[in-house]
Design a protein around this ligand. Structure first.
Ligand SMILES: [Zn+2]
Length: 162
């Protein structure tokens, strides 16, 4: 069971930071014209792109065991954590997403928990690029990251390159 961050990006994009890769993924979603739809991963999934410990089940489980929680309580806490998204995202990734959004006008991302059915109709409120670093990514649903750089979009630089 893993998180995947699916991103709807301009076709031409700067490279993500070290150890972060764009890989093909579909989940039944179609890329729009002039856009690419990719999974943003480190390793085989996107779990590692959340703040350390935010969705590290083994670590969370160990902590709860130490606190003397029952197996049932631990199971509930772990599934709650999966259902409610996570803490913030990897700071390098956050900065890259913000810069892509600032250069291209807006991008969309979808955090998908792969034991759940993907519902592409869910739309969460959009987030300004400047707030991405502190942002708690919601699971299951599109979020638009809006450019925080008014001058660039006002100059008509929202043409899809980033
Ligand atoms: Zn994973």
């Amino acid at each position: 069971m893993c998180f995947f961050i699916i991103a709807d990006l301009p076709e031409q994009c700067s490279e993500p930071p070290e150890d972060i890769y764009l890989s093909e993924c579909y989940y039944g979603l179609a890329a729009r014209k002039g856009r690419q739809l990719v999974c943003v991963v480190s390793g085989n999934c996107s779990c590692g792109l959340f703040w350390e410990g935010s969705h590290d089940e083994a670590k969370m489980r160990a902590k709860y065991v130490k606190q003397g929680w029952s197996a049932t309580k631990i199971k509930r806490a772990l599934s709650d954590s999966a259902a409610h998204g996570s803490a913030g995202i990897h700071s390098g990734l956050a900065m890259w997403l913000a810069s892509v959004a600032n250069k291209s006008g807006a991008i969309r991302i979808f955090a998908h928990w792969d034991s759940a059915e993907l519902n592409a109709d869910v739309q969460h409120p959009s987030v300004p690029a400047a707030d991405v670093r502190a942002w708690k990514i919601p699971a299951e649903g599109w979020v638009t990251i809006e450019s925080s750089s008014e001058t660039e979009t006002a100059n008509g630089n929202g043409g899809g390159q980033c």
